[in-house]
Ligand binder design. Structure first.
Ligand code: 13P
Ligand code: 13P
Ligand code: MG
Ligand code: MG
Length: 366
């Protein structure tokens, strides 16, 4: 059966700052999808990661389908009404346009979609991260799809021996989708040269070279480019198919043990380590640290199983402790140097005004 998985997520308001949505907000989103999704979608799952609400849907309408995107948009509008009623912080934060027009791309919500012919068994992973941006997945995807140090299957599995094709987007180009296709293993130095720059070049999708099938899809939204000013970080979602011609689940999870430093954290303007967390986690220290959750599912004839919470395992406790230590270490130097993002990435307009004022006060000594 040909099936599409769509994950559409938005921050539509949260309790106590940028921490987590309220129970009532989540219920409003779920109730809306239950009612209006009848006959349209096969199956769905609603979860949150920090203050971001994600709707995972399986259906047969293909990628970018207007009715699917509208369902998610309208569900977020319904959730926003609750957020406003409860006085939640940042109600409707990611709904940047007044009216839905065909597709949520470019309207604020993040979207990642996969369309494929179901295998007899179809396991996949849904990732959602908060307080960071799509470039946060660059390193884990590189390691999981290019590096036998993290993915043993690249050596051991004949169906992965041919490697993968990366589609990488230049997200600072705003006139349209500027993309490049590069192949692992022969292009890995070029892939690395692009993916080192997490704010400019972002993995959009990955395909198997063994069967041409799509393996991974990442949301590439930059809210800053849509709104022209800071409205929140571009907290990214990702779908990854696993097993068979794709990496094993554990091979995709493996690079998340690094807790690598990503952009985001407080006011979207800092550098912090990415902490793997259990589903429906909240946010705390310095509006962070940046977090990522992973839910593993199987889908059959469009029907989703219950999720297995991939980072809910004793192994990840020591990783979380390590990430806490890394977060404390970088926070000790406050605003200085590497602890904050470069000027071009600072998400608050205030600093631009401040620099203009200061610039006028400079004098050049005779
Ligand atoms: P199976 O032996 O169940 O196929 O598992 C292989 C595997 O992918 C382990 O990582
Ligand atoms: P979100 O992008 O998750 O809403 O966080 C915004 C922020 O400024 C946190 O300090
Ligand atoms: Mg928020
Ligand atoms: Mg968020």
């Amino acid at each position: 059966m040909r099936i599409t998985l769509s994950i559409i997520k938005a921050d539509i308001g949260s309790v106590g700052g940028h921490i987590k949505p309220s129970e009532d907000l989540l219920k409003a989103v779920k109730d809306f999808v239950v009612e209006k999704g009848k006959g349209l979608i096969k199956s769905f799952y609603v979860s949150h990661t920090g203050d971001d609400v994600a709707i995972l849907m399986s259906h047969t309408h293909g990628v970018g389908a207007e009715e699917i995107h509208r369902l998610a948009w309208d569900a977020f509008v319904a959730g926003t009404a609750v957020a406003k009623r409860q006085g939640l912080y940042g109600a409707g934060q990611d709904l940047l346009k007044d009216a839905f027009s065909g597709n949520v791309r470019g309207m604020g919500p993040a979207v990642a979609e996969l369309e494929f012919d179901e295998r007899p068994n179809e396991p996949f992973l849904f990732f959602a991260a908060d307080k960071t941006d799509p470039g946060a997945y660059n390193l884990p995807l590189y390691l999981a799809f290019c590096d036998p140090m993290y993915n043993a299957g690249l050596m051991l599995s004949p169906s992965m021996a041919e490697g993968f094709e990366f589609t990488i987007m230049d997200v600072s180009y705003t006139e349209g989708d500027r993309v490049i296709k590069l192949r692992a293993p022969e292009d890995i130095y070029d892939i690395a040269a692009l993916l080192r720059d997490n704010q400019r070049f972002v993995v959009e999708s990955i395909h198997s070279r063994n069967n041409g099938e799509i393996a991974a899809s990442v949301s590439t939204t930059r809210l800053h480019n849509i709104a022209g000013k800071y409205t929140g970080k571009d907290d990214p979602v990702m779908l990854v198919r696993v097993q068979g011609a794709f990496p094993a689940t554990g091979e995709v999870l493996s690079p998340f043990s690094i807790g690598h430093y990503v952009a985001g954290f407080m006011r979207g303007s800092h550098t912090g380590p990415l902490m793997p967390v259990v589903k429906n986690s909240s946010i705390s220290f310095f509006d962070g640290p940046p977090v990522v959750a992973c839910l593993a599912f199987c889908v059959h004839e469009g029907e989703l199983t219950e999720p297995a919470d991939a980072f809910d395992h004793p192994y990840w406790d020591s990783i979380r402790n390590k990430v806490s230590d890394k977060a404390t270490a970088i926070r000790e130097q406050g605003f200085s140097g590497a602890a904050m993002l470069p000027y071009s990435e600072l998400e608050y307009g205030g600093i631009v005004e401040k620099m203009k004022t200061l610039d006028r006060k400079f004098t050049v000594r005779e």
